[in-house]
Design a binder for this molecule. Sequence first.
Ligand SMILES: C[S@@+](CC[C@H](N)C(=O)[O-])C[C@H]1O[C@@H](n2cnc3c(N)ncnc32)[C@H](O)[C@@H]1O
Length: 245
Amino acid sequence: MTQGTQAGRLSILGMGPGDPELMTVKAARILRESPVIAWFCRHDRPGHARQIAGDLLPPTATTLRFAYPFTTEIAVSDPAYLVRMAAFYDDCARQVADHLLAGTDVALLCEGDPFLFGSAMYVFDRLHERFACTIVPGITAMSGCWSAAQRPMVHGDDVLCVIPGTLDEAALTQWLEQANAAVIMKLGRNLEKVRRALRAAGREARAIYVERATQPQQRSMKLADMTGPAPYFSIILVPGREGAR
Ligand SMILES: C[S@@+](CC[C@H](N)C(=O)[O-])C[C@H]1O[C@@H](n2cnc3c(N)ncnc32)[C@H](O)[C@@H]1O
């Protein structure tokens, strides 16, 4: 940072589950005002958060597109995953820091809420002690899913468990046995393993499958009626107790 220059602020913006109308007023304002805008994406895709932002992105903004080195969900315990992802996030944080040190604000877009399985957390972890940060919460994918499916989820003292589908089958089964209500995220190629765990835990009959919630291609159905592969943007809901009044 040159002498006299004040560092920029990092704003991490939750963009919601897909429908741009579900972005907060605050996220939309910061997005429109940001001179540098960053987002994560697969190397072959535009990026979900970027798509939600649409034409709110100022045409004059400098953009930073952070393409993941992997395209599938890999267990976070895999050492190769940890090493390559750490290097990737180091590089993303360095690019953001370069702009902040030059005195320029940066907005980092994130699907759903940034602090729920969001990649932006890894940039935040690397930068928050050096730079001023604002975190704008977003509507989560699971809220989008249970609203789309019109399924009340937790009543009274029900316990809700949010489970990544990347866990092994025994762990999935154990969590599903304990929880009154559950949300299973990161399905993709984990779908059949998750289905077996739901069956083993006696929860398959109540399970609802929701795909691309709040987006034009949204669909939801009983898991038992779902055939074929699950896309990345899909969730299973296991509602808690039935209709407490
Ligand atoms: C890396 S996590 C990001 C979660 C996000 N930060 C949030 O607050 O919901 C990605 C997972 O979220 C779920 N997801 C995100 N958007 C979704 C949508 N519109 N419909 C269904 N599932 C979605 C999928 O399970 C996907 O694998």
